[in-house]
Design a protein around this ligand. Structure first.
Ligand SMILES: CC(C)(COP(=O)(O)OP(=O)(O)OC[C@H]1O[C@@H](n2cnc3c(N)ncnc32)[C@H](O)[C@@H]1OP(=O)(O)O)[C@@H](O)C(=O)NCCC(=O)NCCS
Length: 174
């Protein structure tokens, strides 16, 4: 069955919240399950969100403004004043892994960032082997790491920050 990627609708949010719970249980992503998963998925900094369908909903990704992001300074050190869009909240149903759904969602998100004339950037738990492999395979480059602590948690975790390929014709620094 082929994969369809389309813009997220409001009506998708309850099913996505269920999917997020399954991902959290399987992968510890997000490290701390937000108390209101729907509000987390639809947070105001998110400018676009996409879902993948294969029969039902099997994946999600969103694009957000970098303003105020904990990794903004690290990305800026690498990219100066280049336009940036942050790829966030990428996850795939644990029952549908290694079916190229994550790669397809990432490609769509990168393409939308490029259409906006922006460089895709992101950060990920340095210990998430699958996600780090996916980003490297898609041409993302690691530019640094940050130690972060979720509010309410004591243990820090290491976030690895990446920059993606530039939009066609860009005259960026890399
Ligand atoms: C990361 C994630 C989105 C990948 O989704 P997926 O649909 O299984 O990935 P794909 O099938 O598209 O994989 C594409 C490529 O990524 C790499 N990859 C993906 N998962 C991998 C794994 N577990 N180990 C090693 N490489 C992996 C491989 O290079 C793979 O290509 P291949 O299958 O031809 O070898 C999924 O594992 C997930 O939802 N993880 C939990 C949430 C998370 O950590 N999200 C990142 C937030 S920043």
């Amino acid at each position: 069955m082929s994969i369809t990627v389309r813009p997220r609708r409001q009506a998708d949010l309850p099913s996505l919240a269920q999917l997020l719970l399954a991902v959290h249980e399987a992968d510890n992503y997000p490290t701390r399950l937000p108390p209101d998963p729907i509000a987390w998925l639809a947070s105001p900094r998110i400018e676009q969100a996409l879902v993948a369908e294969r029969g039902g909903l099997v994946g999600h990704v969103s694009l957000a403004s970098p303003a105020g992001d904990h990794a903004e300074q690290l990305w800026r050190q690498a990219l100066g004043d280049e336009e940036m869009v942050v790829i966030k909240r990428l996850f795939v149903d644990p029952a549908h892994r290694r079916e190229a759904i994550g790669r397809r969602l990432l490609e769509e998100a990168v393409s939308r960032a490029h259409s906006a004339g922006a460089r895709p950037v992101l950060d990920v738990d340095a210990h998430s082997a699958g996600a780090n492999h996916l980003y490297l395979a898609a041409g993302f480059e690691a530019v640094g790491e940050l130690e972060l602590v979720w509010s309410g948690e004591e243990e820090p975790f290491l976030a690895r920050c990446y920059i993606g390929p530039p939009p066609a014709g860009a005259t960026g620094r890399r």
